[in-house]
Design a protein around this ligand. Structure first.
Ligand code: COA
Length: 157
């Protein structure tokens, strides 16, 4: 399968949002019914993705198979904790590949482009947050060199 990875342009905005909504729907159904399924195409959500595509501190990569976008990876430089002595930090904020294209290296190829982007920006640490129950995604990140750092716990009152 021929896969082309490139930076998204503003013309890809709606397709990236469509894929993000699929990610939200998956997480909503499987783990987090508090997710707002209207966020992705809201004004705030649209601005978030448009910014990540357009500003220098952000990135969105898209994966194309037969000229169709089948996955994306999005994030940007992030403000890190002031109480840690950190280098420039970038965050992989969300990523999704259509189910029938998974496990054939597309996510890994987008991740490699992200690392290239980071190196060009002098990034010294990359981070990602994942839903704790999303073991497959956590394995994907661990296989790409991430190590566990914090664990966020919640309790309903
Ligand atoms: C995580 C994801 C982007 C990786 O993309 P990919 O193209 O499947 O990645 P690769 O082919 O390079 O790596 C495959 C590995 O990713 C992991 N993986 C993570 N989620 C997976 C899923 N839902 N289905 C299959 N593999 C998944 C597995 O460890 C897999 O290894 P395997 O093929 O040996 O089973 C993709 O699987 C996906 O969209 N998952 C659902 C959405 C998600 O969980 N996103 C991350 C939360 S922000």
């Amino acid at each position: 399968m021929d896969v082309d990875i490139r930076k998204a342009t503003i013309n890809d905005l709606v397709r990236v949002q469509e894929l993000n909504l699929k990610l939200f729907e998956k997480e909503y159904e499987e783990w987090d019914s508090l997710l707002d399924l209207n966020w992705t195409f809201s004004e705030v959500g649209t601005k978030y993705f448009a910014d990540r595509i357009s500003v220098d501190e952000g990135f969105v990569f898209v994966a194309l198979v037969n000229n169709e976008i089948v996955g994306y990876l999005c994030g940007g430089l992030t403000k890190a904790e002031e109480y840690r002595k950190l280098p420039v930090v970038a965050e992989l904020e969300n990523t999704f590949v259509l189910e029938k294209f998974r496990s054939s290296g597309i996510g890994g190829k987008m991740y490699a482009k992200f690392i290239e982007w980071c190196k060009a920006k002098n990034v010294g640490k990359v981070r990602v947050e994942a839903t704790a129950q999303n073991e497959l995604a956590i394995n994907f990140y661990r296989n790409n060199g991430f190590r566990d750092y914090t664990l966020v716990l919640e309790s309903d009152l």
